[in-house]
Structure formats: C-alpha cells, structure tokens
Ligand binder design. Structure first.
Ligand code: ADP
Ligand code: ASP
Ligand code: MG
Length: 421
C-alpha cells in the first residue's frame, strides 16, 4: 500500500462545490488502495480577507493574535472537507497543525518547522481513516502558541508531512496544470514544464513564482521528496520536481523559466564614505533590524568627494524598520541621505543550462533594451540572472524575455480558477 500526501490550495476548495469535487478525488485515491493524507489551505481568498479584516480593526495587529485569526481559515476547510468525505461513506478525520505534530519555532507569521511528530495521524491511518490536516499552521512548544509558516505555507506543511511519514508521493494540487515557463496569468503562451530539477525550482520560487512555497522546495530537496505539481481540475500529468542523483544525466534547458517579483523595495544610502568597514557597518545595522537583503549594488565613488552610494533591495514589509534603523545610526555611519523606492519590479531568468552557455545575459539585456525597458540593478548566481526594473513595466518585461528565449508555446495556458490574489 502506498502513502500519498495531497495538498489542495485555496482555489481548489473555494466553495462547497469545489470541496465536493476534491473530496471525490481523495476518495478515489483511497479506493485505489492508498493511504491518503490531505493538507488543505483556507477556502479561496479567505486568508487575504481575514488580513483585511484585521487591518480594519487595528493598523498593527499583534502577531500572536494574527496567527490565531489566520489559522481559522484552514480550520474551516479541513472540517468541511472531512465531513464531506464522511458523507460519502468513507472515514475521514481532520487535525489542526498542532494536533498533527507540526512543531515550529516561535516566529509568528514566518515560523519554521523544527520537528514533525505525526503520532495521531499514524494512528488514524492505521485505523483506516483518511487524514485531513490544516496547512500553513504549527505550534511552538516553548510559548505553547499557534504559529503560521508564512503566505503560501501549506505547500511546506505538505512536504514536511510527506517527509515525516515517508510518503511515496507528495502531490500539490492547484489551479494551473503545473509549473510553467512563466506565470500563465501574465504570459498566455507560457509552456508547462514536465520535469524540473529542485535546484531550478528553488531559484524560480525564490524569484517570485508563487506556484510553490520556497521553503517547500528546500524541504523537499533536503529530504528527497519528489513533488508532483498538478491541477485539481483535471487528471492531466503535471510537473515533477525531481532531485537528480549525482552523476545522473538530466537534460538541462538553457532557460527553465522566467519569474517576477513585485514584493521588494529599494533603499539607497547616499554619500557613504568610501573607506573600509562602511559596508560591514551598514549591513550589520540592517541584519540587527531583521532585514532580508537581496540585491546589493555599490557605485564607484566620486574621486573629488570620496563618497559612494550603496543600493540594496529588501521585502517592502521590512522597509520602514530598515529605514528607521539606518536613520538612527546616520552620524555613526556618516552617510548623507536615504532614498526609498517601492515601485520596483524584479525579473529573473533561471536555467541550469546557463552554466555551460555563454551569452545569456547579453540576450536578456538586448530583449529588454529592444522593448525600451530600463535596467536599474543586476545580480547573478550560477543558474539565475536577475534585474530590477520599474514595477509598471515588469509584466511586459516578462513577456518579451519569455519570447526572446524561445519559451512561447503553441497553445494558450489555462488558468482554471483563483483570482491571482
Ligand atoms: P494555491 O492556492 O493552489 O496554493 P497559488 O495561487 O499559491 O495556488 O499558486 C498558483 C498560482 O501561481 C497560479 O495560479 C499562477 O498564477 C502562479 N504562478 C506564478 N508563477 C508560476 C509558474 N511559473 N508556473 C505556474 N504557476 C505560476
Ligand atoms: N492560506 C494560506 C495563504 O493564503 C496558506 C496557503 O494557502 O498556502 O497564504
Ligand atoms: Mg500556494
């Protein structure tokens, strides 16, 4: 008997009809002779609606209470799904994150899984039950409080359970047919990828492809879990995210895909003395303020002043606290001013074949230049090139780059549901 973990995203369980449709699929998997553990997200845009509601009652919701609020979303869908399956004559039982043994650190809103002790899930499976688990949530042993794993975190719940239960397969059901060469909501001619390495998927997820939660991909790679990303609206094969063994020959496309991210902002520290230790000082201040820095660019200093500018990007949500921390140390660092720009977009092209192919950057810059799109910052890794542009040009940028690298397919990609929120 195989053990299959299935995760259903919000748009797959958006209303009663969808829950019944998903329940049928789960029952079929069970009837085919598999043990089934289901991880479920909150219905539709529930999490966003709860966040909006919190924002209406207070500008800065207390993180502990926000997690209490948001975890209610998954609790609703898990119970509805379990009772639907029961109504279809199969045994099913729902569990919250803490009942499922999802132990996390104490960081509300961005908790990391530190241990998974799925004792109750094992018992329920042994008793022949289908197990339904609320995604996105965990429990911290020290504070004895409920936590959440960050937006999109149900994917990570599913992978962590698949690893802890030594599942044979972890299926991520969503509102598109798999992982595409770009977001199908932006690029109509995006092509579905049949097989992608975890390494490339990691870069795409980190660059903003929200089809998979970044930490889910990290977890899957570390624990050797194979992911199958597919649509809950049909039976088509989706995308396999694989972990090739060392020496295994995988055909590597030069470019696997294009991703975009509008969640970052840029800070420029203007007039920094160009002497040893200043960058260390600035980024120590930012580190202490909890800022996750992404790209960094330092200009050549002007010979006459001996001053330079340092720009970096970070999540918009961390912008205000980073600015505040830098302002507090202005005299100690000796810079002139700070500039804040939250109208940037980041585009990344990802592909393992880049390692052995020169000229990818030139092709990228040419495509953007032909479209009249200005590049403000550039950074590269072994298998990724990222550029910062204006936010309002990002979708056009993704489309022209997708075409320039020959990724456009013959057919239009289908988006089955969801609001893309
Ligand atoms: P779920 O609610 O099922 O977790 P998400 O909204 O989190 O679904 O993720 C699915 C969405 O990810 C798709 O609807 C699509 O708009 C978006 N997306 C972004 N980049 C990609 C990509 N490269 N391939 C597929 N989908 C992508
Ligand atoms: N419901 C949560 C969110 O919208 C978690 C998830 O769907 O993965 O972010
Ligand atoms: Mg998601």
């Amino acid at each position: 008997m195989s053990l299959i973990v299935q995760k259903y995203g919000g748009s797959s369980v958006a209303d009663a009809e969808s829950i019944k449709r998903v329940a049928k699929r789960i029952v079929e998997t069970r009837r085919a002779g598999n043990d089934v553990v289901v991880v479920v997200s909150a219905m539709g845009d529930t999490t966003d609606e709860l966040l909006d509601l919190a924002g209406e009652v207070t500008p800065f919701p207390e993180p502990r209470e926000l997690d209490m609020l948001l975890t209610a979303g998954e609790r609703i869908s898990m119970a509805l799904l379990a009772m639907t399956i029961k109504g279809m004559g199969m045994d099913a039982r729902s569990f919250t994150g803490s009942q499922a043994g999802m132990i996390t650190d104490s960081q509300h809103g961005a908790a990391r899984i530190v241990d998974v002790t799925p004792v109750r899930l094992r018992e329920a499976l042994d008793e022949g039950s289908i197990v339904i688990v609320a995604g996105f949530q965990g429990f911290n042993r020290d504070s004895r409080d409920i936590t959440t794993l960050g937006r999109g975190g149900s994917d990570t719940s599913a992978v962590a359970l698949a690893a802890a239960l030594d599942a044979d397969m972890c299926e991520i059901y969503t509102d598109v047919d798999g992982v595409f060469t770009a977001d199908p909501r932006v690029v109509k001619k995006a092509t579905k990828i049949d097989r992608i390495t975890a390494e490339e998927m990691l870069e795409l997820a980190a660059a903003g492809s929200k089809v998979l939660h970044l930490r889910a991909v990290e977890f899957a790679r570390r624990h050797g879990v194979t992911l199958h990303v597919r649509s809950s609206f049909n039976n088509s094969e989706g995308t396999l995210v694989v972990n090739p063994q060392e020496g295994e020959n995988v055909e590597e496309a030069i470019i696997a895909g294009v991703a975009a991210d509008l969640s970052e902002a840029k800070i420029t520290v203007v007039g920094v003395p160009d002497i040893p230790g200043k960058a260390a000082q600035i980024f120590t201040i930012l580190g202490k303020a909890g800022a996750n820095i992404d790209m960094i660019v330092q200009n050549v200093s002007a010979a006459e002043t001996g001053l330079t500018d340092i720009s970096f990007t970070l999540p918009k949500a961390q912008g205000p606290s980073a600015l505040q921390a830098l302002r507090a140390e202005k005299d100690a660092v000796g810079f002139d001013t700070l500039q804040y720009d939250d109208q940037i977009g980041k585009l990344a092209v990802v592909g393992a074949g880049m390692r052995s192919n020169a000229g990818v950057s030139a092709q990228l810059f040419q495509a953007l230049s032909d479209a009249g799109i200005n590049i403000e910052m550039i950074s590269t890794s072994e298998i990724r090139i990222s550029v910062v542009t204006r936010a309002d040009t990002i979708n056009d940028a993704v489309r022209v780059v997708h075409t320039a690298f020959g990724l456009d397919g013959d057919q239009d990609a289908v988006v089955y549901a969801g609001t893309g929120r």
